[in-house]
Design a protein. Structure first.
Length: 235
């Protein structure tokens, strides 16, 4: 089932949010160690994906050109500005209804924004490989526990935008095979997977706290892969 990874992500957020409602005062050391463990696993998955490349030079070019485009557009700043704008529109009162809204907005920004959602959804659509979205679901589930324990049940409602956003990208990706020759598609999949793997490894390093890479600014590299692979294939 092509939407399996997205559905797993959806339900893990719901389960995490519900568990978080019954847990309070989670020790900081426990939160830190769990996130370190998840970060290490994400790095391992990212590197494993990178090794699927058949022409690593394409991965390097795509990452570098994508980084230049991303920094020029400054996607990371735009994402942060969007979050700040949404938060500015939310009243700061502590009433029950507004608490739900705050939890929903905060969790949605965390779960939806990021390269892992895009890369994982594309991977599900193109290869029917759900490993990235399942790992993202595990991360989101633990994050939902922590957020829900402090921001309330509104975090659970953030599962809906995740389902819609990732589902649309996945379904769109399944149509690419109808428009692109099979040889070119397989070539693109291997290099897209490798390029996305490096981005996922960067997310893991950020989770561990070793780096502060603006991964959102690397996302254009996915589109650069398509252009470079097409040019190389035609030559």
């Amino acid at each position: 089932m092509v939407l399996f990874g997205t559905l797993v992500n959806f339900f893990l957020i719901l389960i995490g949010a519900l568990i978080g409602r019954f847990l309070h005062n989670i020790p900081e050391k426990m939160k830190e160690t769990v996130m370190y463990g998840i970060g290490l696993a994400v790095v391992a998955i990212g590197l494993q994906m990178t090794f699927e490349s058949t022409q690593i030079l394409i991965v390097i070019v795509s990452i570098v050109v994508g980084a230049v485009l991303g920094e020029w557009i400054d996607l990371d700043m735009k994402v942060n500005d969007l979050g700040k704008w949404i938060e500015s529109k939310m009243p700061s009162s502590d009433t029950k209804g507004l608490g739900i809204a705050q939890g929903f907005v905060t969790a949605t920004l965390i779960f939806v924004v990021g390269s892992m959602a895009i890369i994982g959804a594309i991977d599900s659509g193109l290869r029917n490989d759900h490993d990235v979205l399942i790992m993202k679901g595990i991360i989101d589930g633990f994050t939902a526990i922590i957020l829900s324990s402090t921001l309330g049940i509104g975090v659970a409602f953030a599962a809906v935008p995740v389902l819609v956003y990732q589902g649309v990208i996945t379904l769109f990706s399944t149509q690419i095979g109808r428009l692109v020759p099979d040889d070119l598609l397989q070539f693109f999949i291997s290099e897209m997977t490798a390029t996305g793997g490096l981005m996922i490894a960067a997310i893991g390093l950020n989770l561990i706290g070793l780096t502060k890479i603006r991964v959102a600014n690397l996302i254009p590299g996915i589109f650069v892969v398509g252009i470079v692979v097409t040019v190389v294939f035609l030559l």
